[in-house]
Design a protein around this ligand. Structure first.
Ligand code: MN
Ligand code: MN
Length: 280
């Protein structure tokens, strides 16, 4: 099921293939390393036999002809990795594949989204996270996992950024949110019964710390007061517009308890892929 990574970028894909791709990269984590281990742990969990590969909408990832697991990217270090990620994702989207990325820390979302804006000039981002990740720079780094949404918005190539679940807001990031015209729905104001109006094409960026640590202890930054697993699932399942790309980031297997967080990430993988595949 997983191709040889050496062949990954030369693989011919059917149009609208949902390509699963791991980006094992955590060099720009500010607090703890660990998320580079997540793609293999999430895949093991997906295939460990504890659950089937059906999404709740009836799509079966095991047999669907347009679901492909391309394995993990092999990356150089530092800023070269950022360029390599953009180039690899760009080659997949140029083939009209839709991509589902397993991070890695949140720093990977900048080059991934940047690559997508070469294909889509009216992209909307739905960003689920405890943190806005929009610092201009953090601990001296502009590629920190605390900065990707500043880098993305600076490109001027994204139509709209909608953040949901934030509870780590501060003055500096609020200035950035205002500067870039971001719609930021903080967790304290979020009501799941009020649907969020979104227009496609959509990129979904899912930081696992949007969940309450009770549901997902295996993340680097515990921010209490977050969403339940079911609340995130309802949000994913309520998306009406075409999803052209998504990432699931910030699982830190070193912090996990009994593989709980990896299991939730595998569940989100199934549901996001299921939504994308149902859209055809
Ligand atoms: Mn994040
Ligand atoms: Mn976060």
């Amino acid at each position: 099921m997983i191709d040889n990574p050496e062949n990954l970028l030369n693989t011919e894909l059917m149009t609208d293939t949902v390509a699963l791709i791991g980006i094992p990269f955590d060099e720009y984590s500010s607090f703890l390393r660990g998320p580079a281990k997540a793609p293999s742990v999430i895949r093991q969990t997906l295939h460990n036999g504890a659950s089937n590969l059906f999404a709740e909408n009836g799509v079966n990832l095991e047999t669907h002809p347009k679901f492909r697991d391309l394995g993990d990217l092999r990356l150089p270090g530092g800023e070269d990795a950022i360029a390599a990620i953009k180039s690899a994702i760009g080659r997949l989207t140029a083939q009209k594949a839709r991509i589902l990325v397993l991070g890695g820390d949140h720093a990977i979302s900048y080059p991934v989204v940047h690559a997508l804006t070469d294909t889509y000039d009216d992209l909307t981002l739905l960003h689920l996270d405890a943190h806005p990740d929009i610092y201009d720079s953090y601990n001296g780094s502009r590629f920190s996992h605390a900065c990707p949404f500043a880098r993305i918005m600076e490109t001027g190539r994204v139509k709209r950024l909608v953040q949901v679940g934030v509870r780590g807001m501060n003055d500096e990031q609020r200035r950035q949110v205002n500067r870039f015209g971001v719609t930021c729905i903080e967790m304290k104001d979020y009501r799941s019964k009020n649907p969020i109006a979104l227009e496609g094409p959509l990129y979904l960026s899912l930081d696992m710390d949007v969940l309450d640590p009770a549901y997902a202890p295996g993340v680097s930054h515990h921010e209490p007061g977050g969403m339940s697993t079911r609340k995130v699932l309802r949000l994913i399942q309520s998306i009406q517009c075409p999803i052209v790309g998504a990432d699931i980031v910030e699982v830190n297997p070193d912090r996990d308890v009994n593989g709980m967080t990896a299991a939730v990430a595998a569940k989100f993988l199934k549901e996001i892929a299921g939504m994308m595949l149902k859209q055809g």
